[in-house]
Design a protein. Structure first.
Length: 465
């Protein structure tokens, strides 16, 4: 990064209070690199650097800072600079900042906006939290179908500087209803006398202001677009959503899912910013649930005390059996949660998924079961021939058979449980990511014990039991 290479130079300019030279250096830098430098210096110097930036650059740099840094800078900046930054920010980035602030602080900042920008901010904040309306920006280029290519290009030159993106031009009727979207390259390659109607294909894709951000992310993935129009319930074009906002949503969704995979609630805040007591609360809930679930394992083992006393060798393979079932369940659960997030499977695919996972579970169980049988047999033969002792007793073939068949059953059950649990949660309206790896492993641990000892009772009855 440029900022990393020139950091010593920046440091010397700050120390020398050579703000004129500092301004000239940053004038040639991309806003993202300037933001990186600001985040790398102490808070008191962040304000110094920010105040020397040209007005337009300062607004661009501010949008690249994380929300925590934005809030700190707003508290440290002079009133006039705060007003300038807020009014220059793009509406979608400003909405993201305002919705993270306490309501009183947000209202205070909204009052600093110009009447026009205040109306935009209040309109976007009026949409439900987590909806597309909170992500969109009303800055776009809309034209009429009767315009010529020449008129469109002239309009873009005059008003394009305020648009979020110029990749796509939107066509609306006299009531503002969206009737098509056309890539800018089409206007650049067609004769100037052609009308917009000559370029229209009417194959556009839209989002609704009340769509969830997750649904919008799936639409972006499906159609591979850099921007999509947003319409209200009557079809009127009210804004657009761009890919940079979708990348932020994807990052948030992935972070939330990964945290849930670990057997905890999503933090909803950066790790270093969330209060300790709140982080403990979010982690403790699932830990308590998992702990209580694992207590059922002890209860299940208590019911087989007599069998364990008669055939203590069975206890040697308990970790093997339990971990294999939990691992297979965690694998299947992770695969299904990710497939659902990407839209690869839906609720109606449950039967196909089950049939695939039955076959996969049997195959995986057979592989592990075979390895288990070979392992028991190898240790028994080697121990008897070379050490003149039998680690698994005279009935070691029955032990090997019990372990092998139990592994098939436990892995099959773990695979089925892990793959079907996300479907059940989705069906009842819960987040499939809640079927985390620890949760599935805990579920399979208890049932795995029952499967293991039940098979042992059948195979070893009359010999060791």
């Amino acid at each position: 990064m440029v900022g990393k290479i020139l950091e010593p130079e920046i440091r010397s300019l700050i120390d020398a209070r050579n703000f004129g030279a500092l301004r000239e250096v940053f004038r040639e830098w991309p806003p993202a690199d300037v933001a990186e430098v600001i985040l790398d210096v102490p808070e008191d110097e962040q304000v110094i650097i920010f105040r020397v930036l040209p007005h337009a650059l300062a607004a661009d740099v501010f949008e690249y800072l994380d929300l925590d840094a934005q809030q700190k800078l707003l508290r440290a900046m002079a009133h006039e600079q705060v007003v300038g930054i807020l009014n220059e920010m793009s509406p979608d980035d400003r909405t993201a900042l305002l919705e993270e602030l306490p309501s009183a602080a947000a209202r205070q900042l909204i009052r600093l906006l110009t009447p026009e920008e205040r109306h935009v901010a209040q309109s976007l904040l009026g949409y439900p939290e987590g909806s597309v309306g909170r992500l969109m920006t009303p800055d776009f280029i809309a034209v009429n179908e009767d315009w010529t290519v020449q008129q469109v290009l002239d309009y873009v030159r005059e008003h394009g500087q305020d648009s979020e993106t110029l990749n796509v031009i939107y066509v609306v009727d006299e009531r503002g209803k969206l009737i098509d979207d056309i890539r800018i390259r089409e206007f650049l390659l067609k004769p100037l006398a052609h009308t917009v109607r000559d370029l229209m294909e009417k194959t556009f894709v839209t989002l609704n202001v009340h769509d969830s951000q997750q649904d919008a992310l799936n639409v972006f993935r499906k159609y591979d677009r850099t921007a999509l129009p947003v319409v209200d319930s009557t079809g009127v074009l009210v804004g657009i959503v761009t890919i940079d906002d979708m990348l932020d949503v994807a990052e948030e969704e992935a972070t939330e899912d990964i945290q849930k995979f670990g057997g905890m609630e999503a933090l909803d805040e950066p790790y270093m910013r969330i209060p300790l007591w709140r982080m403990v609360r979010k982690r403790a809930g699932w830990l308590v649930i998992l702990f209580l679930g694992e207590m059922l394992t002890a209860t299940a083992m208590a019911n087989y005390q007599e069998e364990l006393a008669k055939a203590l060798v069975l206890a040697l393979f308990l970790p093997l059996i339990i971990s294999s079932g939990g691992n297979s369940g965690s694998q299947a659960s992770t695969l299904m949660i990710r497939a659902m997030a990407l839209g690869e499977v839906t609720l109606r695919d449950w039967w196909r998924v089950m049939s695939r996972e039955v076959r996969a579970g049997l195959a995986l169980g057979a592989i592990l079961g075979t390895i288990g049988i070979v392992r028991v047999a190898a240790w028994a033969i080697v121990g008897e021939q070379y050490f003149h002792r039998q680690p698994y007793g005279a009935h070691w073939p029955l032990v090997a058979l019990t372990v092998g068949i139990a592994l098939v059953g436990v892995v099959l059950w773990g695979t089925l449980s892990g793959s079907m649990l996300p479907f059940i949660l989705r069906r009842v309206g819960a987040d499939p990511a809640a079927s985390s790896a620890p949760f599935v492993a805990t579920l399979v641990d208890v049932t795995g014990l029952i499967i293991y000892f039940s098979i042992a009772l059948v195979i070893m009855r009359g010999a060791m039991l």
